[in-house]
Design a protein around this ligand. Structure first.
Ligand SMILES: [Zn+2]
Length: 198
């Protein structure tokens, strides 16, 4: 957004599916050490109306949370493999598929590990340096239709997808940092003082 070399990658979600994902409720975000955040979530039926509502709630909650680029089911207290991601407005984004909502997603290819700073609404006081694949392919099912889709991406969108898939497996980014030296207190926002905090 606003970049001089603006990209127009294909959007992942069909408009007919997006139309079914509006009107979600804003849910309370669960923070560590809540048990639901550290338990692997079960696979879900993407066509189940309860799962479609869960996805709508994830989107609604992400949208009202400043700076939030992704949210997974355990973060709103539901054990299960569903998440949303949208890095459209983030400065570090290269490839971008707009709003992504996936159920039962798995990483099918990953390469080129790079370290990057991450934050998480469920770990509000810390950020951390985490190595993630900068090139990534993910497969999963779309909510509503259950269609199997595959998405290949890079850089910040790839990082966000890996962070959310980790949540679905009961893993937090703080489990993946190289050590205590790679954890940092989240900085207080000061005007023009720091543009790095996510
Ligand atoms: Zn998170």
């Amino acid at each position: 957004m606003g970049s001089s070399d603006a990209r127009s990658d294909a959007l992942l979600m069909p408009t007919s599916v997006l139309a079914q994902l509006g009107g979600g409720r804003v849910r309370e975000v669960v923070t560590a050490p809540a048990a639901v955040l550290s338990e692997p979530g079960p696979e879900l039926d993407p066509t189940d109306p309860d799962v479609v509502r869960l996805c709508a709630d994830l989107i609604a909650t992400m949208r009202v949370s400043p700076g939030c680029v992704g949210l997974a089911a355990p973060q709103i207290g539901v054990g299960g493999q569903a998440f949303c991601v949208d890095v459209s407005n983030h400065a570090k984004t290269r490839t971008c598929h707009g709003l992504i909502v996936l159920v039962n997603a798995v990483v099918t290819a990953a390469s080129r590990n790079v370290k990057g700073r991450e934050g998480c609404m469920s770990v509000p006081d810390l950020t951390g340096d985490v190595k993630r694949a900068a090139r990534l392919t993910v497969s999963g099912r779309l909510p509503v239709t259950g269609e199997e889709v595959s998405i290949s991406t890079d850089e910040f969108e790839a990082r966000a997808l890996q962070h959310e898939i980790d949540h679905c497996g009961g893993h937090l980014f703080i489990d993946k940092v190289a050590g205590a030296h790679a954890l940092h207190p989240r900085k207080v926002y000061l005007p023009a003082a720091d543009s790095r905090v996510e």
